[in-house]
Ligand binder design. Structure first.
Ligand code: 4AD
Ligand code: MG
Length: 464
């Protein structure tokens, strides 16, 4: 592929030597002596740098002064087979133009091996590190693979709203969207804030999930998916929670819970396989630097059948494990990540899809089982992550759904349109949500979710 004014380093490294080329990028390092200098240049197209060799008889030391770590350059010269052992080809510089220098006193990325915690504080510069270059390229590849997968399968991409007046998960952890004067909001006769005077004429929030609108479209187009940002105002300061994260939510008419599980398993295996096939250089780097079992774990997930297990059986296994958990286990509790990881990492040693959870810990829209106690929920649990997917077969009966909404004392006024799908042409249907950053945690082997999204939003942090 031709790029205006330069050739990308990923192309140069493929090695058509003997020609004059132009590369543009950022200096990773410079070393050398009085006769010769070596510049490692990176342009983000690959984890690998190109080596630029500078003959100081041709380009003066003075001219090379602003060529320091972090500076942005254009280099024109001949691409030749490398004399050294570290790389197949190198550029013999004929011309160097410094686009932007980077003061070596103040540029924060001088040396290698900064901690991830430090890099979070300079999230505006961390894309220039090997680690974040690799993560961001993999993030792109996974987004592309997701659209590819669904496109091949005939699913339609639906853009669900980001601003909404309904709480899709019924959990209430939502960010408000308002143009009312926060110092002096208009109030009604009872003294409550009068949202009828607000921008949307009602209480509005950022969405926690596109599912409900996704269901409306699945009940017309058959198989759809959403892929967008979602927001949760839960004060969860963990390595697996973000206040703003991206979620992929397929929703399918005429699927029962088993079809739903089959799709989830096939989908996630496709994505992991895609990463192995298309991102191997970046994966090798991450495997070397952060997680020596990464590639092996990715391969093993592709080649294994996920365990499918009832919540009730899962609880039994945990109770009989003899393990001391921080959060005690009994039938009816919501599983914590320590429990999920025990099942996946210690007991089964492979991914687990847990189904038929108690209805009291799951959302109102899930299909109720005949036992009156459980719902047809499914959580996909992964090694190192815990819950990576949450989904269910949906309650298609108007009466049962209404009963559940009343039981949960939910506000029906904001959901009338959702209930209409159960009044007009209702049918069995199912769906799930894959947390994009949880997927990336798994695929990259990174251990903190703040390191797989360019600019993380978490409690007390919205910098950059
Ligand atoms: O289990 P959740 O809350 O399910 C839903 O939102 C459903 N509406 C999905 C559906 O059936 N269409 O969230 C789904 C997934 C989780 O399994 C997890 O991977 C991710 O979204 N997730 C988060 N990721 C990062 N930060 C958070 N705070 C997350 N909360 C959920
Ligand atoms: Mg969940």
């Amino acid at each position: 592929m031709k790029t205006p004014g330069r050739t990308k380093i990923i192309e140069l490294l493929k090695g058509a030597t003997g020609v004059t080329i132009t590369a543009k990028g950022w200096v990773r390092s410079k070393r050398g002596n009085k006769q010769i200098a070596f510049i490692a240049l990176n342009d983000g197209s690959t984890i690998h740098n190109i080596q630029v060799v500078v003959d100081l008889a041709k380009i003066s030391e003075e001219q090379l002064k602003p060529v320091t770590t972090g500076a942005c350059l254009r280099v024109t010269g001949k691409l030749v087979e490398s004399q050294g052992s570290g790389q197949p080809v190198e550029v013999q510089a004929e011309e160097i133009e410094v686009y932007g220098s980077a003061d070596s006193e103040s540029y924060p990325l001088q040396k290698k091996g900064h901690t991830l915690e430090f890099l979070r504080e300079i999230a505006h510069l961390r894309p220039r590190t090997n680690t974040f270059g690799a993560v961001l390229r993999i993030r792109h590849a996974m987004a592309f693979a997701i659209h590819n997968y669904f496109n091949i399968k005939g699913f339609y991409y639906i853009h669900t709203p980001i601003i909404t007046a309904s709480d899709a998960e019924g959990a209430g952890a939502m960010f408000q969207v308002s143009t009312l004067d926060m110092n002096n909001p208009l109030r009604d006769e009872q003294g409550a804030i009068d949202y009828s005077k607000d921008f949307f004429g009602k209480h509005a929030c950022l969405t926690v999930s596109g599912q409900l609108e996704g269901e409306l479209c699945a009940m017309a187009l058959g198989e759809i998916y959403t892929f967008g940002p979602t927001f949760r105002a839960e004060n969860s300061n963990t390595p697996r929670h973000l206040a703003e994260f991206w979620m992929i939510e397929p929703e399918m008419a005429f699927y029962d819970i088993n079809d739903n599980m089959d799709l989830a398993e096939d989908f996630i295996k496709y994505l992991v396989r895609y990463a192995i096939e298309h991102c191997i250089d970046d994966l090798k780097f991450l495997n070397e630097m952060y997680d020596k079992e990464l590639i092996e774990r990715l391969q093993s997930v592709c080649n294994t059948d996920f365990v499918r297990l009832d919540y009730t059986e899962g609880i039994d296994i945990l109770l009989k494990s003899g393990q001391k958990f921080e959060f005690p286990v009994s039938w009816g509790v919501d599983l914590q990540s320590e429990h999920e990881r025990y099942l996946v990492e210690i007991h089964f040693k492979k991914p687990v899809i847990l189904t038929n959870y108690p209805k009291t810990i799951k959302a109102f829209y899930m299909k109720q089982n005949e036992d009156g106690k459980t719902v047809r929920a499914m959580d996909v649990l992964f090694p190192k992550i815990g819950e990576i997917i949450g989904g269910s077969q949906r309650e298609e009966s108007f009466d049962r759904l209404m009963a559940r909404i009343k039981e949960d004392k939910m506000d029906m006024a904001t959901l009338w349109w959702y209930l209409d799908t159960r009044r007009f042409g209702s049918a069995e249907h199912s769906g799930f949500g894959l947390g994009f950053e949880r997927l990336l945690l798994f695929v990259t082997g990174m251990s903190n979710i703040r390191d797989v999204i360019p600019f993380p939003r978490t409690p007390k942090n919205a910098e950059f």
